[in-house]
Write a protein that binds this ligand. Sequence first.
Ligand code: 3HC
Length: 271
Amino acid sequence: MGAGIAQVAAAQGYEVSLYDPSQPQLDRALSGMRASLEKLVSKAKITAEIRDRALGSVRVVRTVGAAVEQATVVIEAVPERMEIKRSLFEEVDRLAPAGALLGSNTSSLSITEIASCVRDPARVVGLHFFNPVPVMELLEVVRGVRTSEETVDAAMELAKGLAKTAIVVRDFPGFATSRLGVAIGAEAMRMLEQGVASAEDIDRAMELGYRHPMGPLKLTDLVGLDVRLAILEHLHREIGEQFRPPAILRQLVRAGKLGKKTGEGFYRWDL
Ligand code: 3HC
């Protein structure tokens, strides 16, 4: 998602520094960004000038320090594990300017807990984007217990700058979106386990019967099975039994079938 966030920011005129410790991941981010911008130009959603400006405004950097030392906004999009998020925030806290807004693109983890490892938790806020980031309109702004009013206002301004529509939610596991999203996804997986219908027909049912743009199993493939498993495990711990991850999800993740990004999940995808 980091690539999508970087793309949107660059297309909207921000100067972006993009960091990832893995070079193949950075290569994938840049090629995904090029393909997405190309698609938007071919659909006349953006001009060729904006595409070129966006590509020229993303600077790939080799260290966290180089990414954040001059930043006004830092957006973290690392895997959904609290210890990884906190260790990155500790580093960013040391290296970013004191006035920078620190945002986490977490799907469900506690912003209050992430913020508790930085010196000024008032400047930490949830900035939850949606896949595919260049297309989806929503930005969920999550207010932690110690997030300041100024930080929430700055996050709302940022949403405007990124041409997203924002909602503000309280820091509660799963926020306003992931909680409902994974509930439908997990129920679809249990229905598949129980042989109610094929994956294709469960998805078709929600696409044609409820006008969801994409069925819940296909959507899980798009988001990443590992991502959805991490969210479910967290909500199972925090909220209760209704979020117990289905066995089929655990099995597919163990097998490395993580969805579109690995070429297979509930469906097969061309890489
Ligand atoms: N970059 C640029 N444009 C893209 C794109 C991308 N990565 N992906 C799709 N598009 C554009 C296409 O150009 C097309 O534009 P058009 O409407 O002008 O024709 C439009 O999006 C539709 O694309 P397609 O025709 O290829 O395919 P679909 O019509 O099936 O749409 C979809 C694809 C936009 C992904 C749609 O199926 C959809 O909205 N699916 C649901 C997505 C969703 O629910 N996301 C939230 C997931 S939860 C999440 O992300 C939270 C996180 O915490 C895990």
